[in-house]
Ligand binder design. Sequence first.
Ligand SMILES: Cc1ncc(COP(=O)(O)O)c(C=O)c1O
Length: 247
Amino acid sequence: MLMIPGPTPVPEKALLALAKHPIGHRSGDFSQIMAEVQENLKWLHQTQNDVLILTASGTGAMEAGIINFLKRGDRVLCGCNGKFGDRWAEVATAYGLNVEIISAEWGQPLDPEKFREVLEADTEKQIKAVILTHSETSTGVLNDLETINRHVKNHGEALIIVDAVTSLGAVNLPIDEWGLDVVGSGSQKGYMIPPGLAFVSVSPKAWEAYKTADLPRYYFDLGPYRKTAAKNTNPFTPRLICFMLSR
Ligand SMILES: Cc1ncc(COP(=O)(O)O)c(C=O)c1O
């Protein structure tokens, strides 16, 4: 067995289910599956927040995590200690945010003290988000999200936005207990199903920020995902086969 971070091995039961014919995504059968999957996602995420399902890879969850909750020119801190931390900074820069990088050498964890210093110095509360990768797949380093998040909570204003693509389902990530605002993940990792679905959990505080966010968005506008999820459906044609496997 090749022990790479992803795509992870898919259990045989799931592989056999891939052979099934897709069902209509506006059908009662689909809604039943969606209701069950949504409940299970809340359990997996240890949250009562919305956990929305996108047809995308993990990077889609990252992009959705930025464009729905921030405004052009917002000051954000990005933790960079590997390829996926760098990707956060690239996405944030692409959307015109004012990106300040807190870096560590590749192979080393981000230093929570550096976050504390910058957040404490921000008495005017201009930092709108702290954005980081929990498990930095490119090096295998697990960042100390719990401590960094504590500093974000002491700041009071900034959202915490987390890439949990290779941590969710693999290490403890108590979203409600820690109060994490936006957490993104992808089906091909800890979920052990094929690539093609991305998941984003969104806190009430992040939904408040959504109301005034002004970055361009359409396919990844999470508002319609939230509205349709309440009715156990999806705004667009979802990757049905993955839903069927997610049960
Ligand atoms: C930590 C992390 N973030 C983001 C991604 C990007 O995910 P994808 O390739 O599914 O877009 C990966 C993929 O390996 C990852 O490990």
